[in-house]
Design a protein around this ligand. Structure first.
Ligand SMILES: O=C(O)CCC(=O)C(=O)O
Length: 287
């Protein structure tokens, strides 16, 4: 990336959202006809090229080098990010069943090795057609990149409170934390749903925030990291999850790191009911 081109970098607020939820959607302004060109090439492929996607589909480079894509990846992984070997063209034909919930395995990492307080690896998923609710969108569990669960437990789960579906318009790019829980859902329509996935990694720790940072935003970011819970958490998880969110910020923010302890976090009125502490609930519920 041109290090002076800051127009496509994420903001502090978008970085906070990514830390909290584990995903970000880009709608790059692709050239007219681009998604159709990709769909036609995919339809013409005699078989799945496996991880040799760029060789089989050179036009995909235009997406991977799009300034909005580069700006997002550089913001989350630093300007020296790399595309890893691997990737896959996911073709979800009509009338197929859902996949079980899973986290992707990479580099022999097991479920104990997850980066629950850092952003080191990302997945990029590009949808070259509109994806409606009946076409087998990808389902994600926001915030689950901080949860560690054995794969054999995860596959027994079905609908999870807070899950979101990638019902997106043609050309959308979903960027997720590599450890987010996800699955392809059943395609009940008569249309093929394509999704092309690529893995990316950080190569260097940041010394400064590589995104569009402004120190004046820190109080608002802190408020969000302390108090926004993307999915239903047990009371114990409320306490650990907000600390993991702050630690994630600190691991990517370099000199813009913030104190781990929040003075305001546990103080305030006595709780009226179970769940979050009153202080964090009050902050979350503020208009
Ligand atoms: O097809 C999808 O929507 C998701 C597939 C996927 O990410 C996977 O198999 O790991």
């Amino acid at each position: 990336m041109n290090r002076h081109d800051t127009s496509n970098l994420l903001s502090d607020d978008q970085i906070a959202s990514f830390i909290i939820s584990g995903y970000h959607i880009i709608e790059p302004d692709l050239a007219p006809g681009y998604n159709e060109e990709i769909r036609n090439s995919l339809r013409a492929m005699p078989e799945n090229p496996g991880e040799h996607i760029v060789e089989a589909l050179p036009a995909i480079t235009r997406l991977l080098e799009h300034p909005a894509v580069v700006g997002t990846l550089a913001s989350l992984l630093g300007p020296d990010y790399v595309r890893d070997p691997g990737g896959h063209i996911h073709m979800n034909p009509p009338h197929t069943r859902a996949q079980p919930w899973h986290q992707d395995e990479r580099f022999g990492r097991s479920h104990q090795d997850r980066d629950i307080d850092h952003i080191k690896h990302l997945m990029l998923m590009y949808y070259p057609q509109d994806v409606t609710e009946d076409m087998g969108p990808t389902v994600l569990l926001p915030g689950s990149q901080r949860r560690v669960a054995a794969p054999e437990t995860m596959v027994t789960l079905v609908n999870l409170r807070g899950q979101v579906f990638s019902t997106v318009t043609s050309g959308s790019v979903l960027v997720t934390h590599a450890d987010i829980w996800h699955a392809g859902t059943g395609n009940r329509s008569d249309k093929v749903r394509y999704m092309i996935k690529f893995p990316f990694s950080r190569t260097q720790e940041n010394t400064e925030p590589p995104w569009g940072h402004d120190a004046r935003n820190i109080p608002e970011v802190r408020m969000r990291l302390d108090s926004e819970h993307p999915t239903t958490l047990s009371r114990n998880e409320y306490e650990t999850d907000h600390a993991l969110r702050v630690r994630t910020w600190n691991n990517i923010a370099g000199t813009a790191a913030m104190p781990l302890r929040s003075e305001a976090h546990l103080g305030g009125p006595w709780p009226e009911s179970g769940g979050a502490t009153t202080a964090s609930r009050r902050r979350r519920d503020q208009p």
